[in-house]
Structure formats: C-alpha cells, structure tokens
Write a new protein. Structure first.
Length: 238
C-alpha cells in the first residue's frame, strides 16, 4: 500500500512535467502502432495508466466512433486529462489502481503505453488476469515498453531519464507473467525511436483459447525451389 501511495504522489507531481512536455515522438509512435492493430473503428478501448491523456487524445482523434475508457492511478493526472481532452465526447474516466477496480464493461482492446515497467513485477500476473477478465474473447492487449536492454543501460548511464520505478522487463520473465495469466504473446517487435539499437518493444497479447479455429488462407502449399527452377528453364528456352 505504501508503494502505491508513493506512486500516486509521484505521478500527481509528474503532471506539470507532462503538461510542459506535450506530445512527443514516443506518443506518436505508440499511436501509429495501436491504430495499425485496431481493425474495428467502433471498438471499446481501455487505456490503463493514461497519465494526462497524451496518447489518449491522439487515439480519440482517429477513433471518433470508438468508446475509450481512460484510467490512471493519479487523480490529478485524470483531472488534467479531462481539461486537455474536453472537446472529445467518446471518452470516460476512471481513477484508481486497475488491480482493485471493479469494471463491468468488456473491451476489444486494452492499451498499456509505457506502463508495465512502472508496476511492481510481483503484481503483473494479477493485473493481467484482471485484464483478461474484461477482455473480449478475440480482444487484444497492446503493450508498449522500453527495450529491457536499453533500460539496463540507462539505469547505469542515464539514470536521470528514469522515473521512480522503471524496471527492465526481460522477455523470459515478462512472458511467464503473461502466460500464467492465461494469455499468450501473439507478436513482439523491437524498434527504434530515439536510439539506433532498438529502445522500445511493442507486444500484442491475446487470450489463450484451446478451442481456437484456424482457417485456411486459401494459399496452396507450393515448392518454391521447383517454381524458381521452372521459371529459369522457361527463360533459357526463349
């Protein structure tokens, strides 16, 4: 509880810094990745740890037919988000620790943009199980985190860049929390924003489902080498 109170106080005080910073390249990058993943323009979306709603505003502008629930632990962050995003009518707000909140809605997408690294690792499985409970069967959890190797480096070389709790989430350990929660990683991509060596990761996580049906794409299996050889023979015969 003391840790949660400390986090809440930290992010209450972080509001002013976020307001001055505004939209940056990371927010735009998250927006692009999330929008690419969202197939239904009329979706129910939950954004956890939204802060002052920097990413939220970008998504709300592009997904005007979707309903977005905006959550943060910090009440001051949510107050700032409401002021910043008052022009949007497709947003509702939810203050509090998502682990303890009772949510009746079901969501097509749950977005955690640079949030998981700030939540104690021992809480990850419980948090992800709770998210799984409110995720539609074909829904997706979209997770954006710093590359853990970059965070390891920053901890030693650039500690001034880090927040109060900024822990590296190495894939083996993080994946265990995901799978223990009854979920699986559909995709994980490393990519670069500020440094050349891939400073961020984007994960698409879904519910595990033993009854999932796999449907043929209609493409027949072909011998690629034989096709290439036949094509070469046709060219040589001309």
């Amino acid at each position: 509880m003391e840790v949660k109170k400390s986090h809440e106080k930290y992010y209450d005080e972080y509001v002013e810094r976020q307001m001055k910073m505004g939209v940056n390249h990371r927010h735009l990058s998250v927006e692009k990745l999330v929008l690419k993943q969202i197939k239904k323009k009329e979706s129910n979306i939950l954004e956890i740890g939204a802060g002052i709603g920097t990413v939220t505003g970008l998504l709300a502008e592009s997904l005007k037919k979707s309903k977005i629930v905006v959550n943060d632990l910090s009440s001051k962050s949510i107050e700032a988000a409401k002021l910043r995003l008052s022009r949007f009518n497709n947003l509702t707000y939810l203050v509090g620790d998502i682990v303890n909140l009772e949510i009746k809605d079901r969501f097509d997408y749950v977005v955690l943009a640079d949030v998981m690294e700030h939540i104690p690792k021992e809480e990850h499985t419980v948090l992800l199980r709770n998210i799984a409970e409110i995720l539609n069967e074909d829904g997706e959890i979209l997770i954006h985190i710093p590359n853990p190797h970059y965070l390891d480096w920053a901890t030693i070389n650039r500690p001034e860049l880090l927040q109060e709790l900024d822990q590296p989430l190495h894939t083996d350990e993080f994946a265990k929390s995901i799978y223990d929660a009854g979920l699986y990683i559909q995709s994980l991509n490393n990519y670069s924003i500020y440094v050349k060596e891939n400073d961020y990761q984007f994960l698409v996580v879904k519910k595990s489902n033993d009854k999932k049906v796999f449907t043929s794409s209609g493409i027949k299996s072909q011998n690629i080498i034989q096709r290439g050889w036949n094509k070469l023979k046709r060219k040589l015969s001309i």
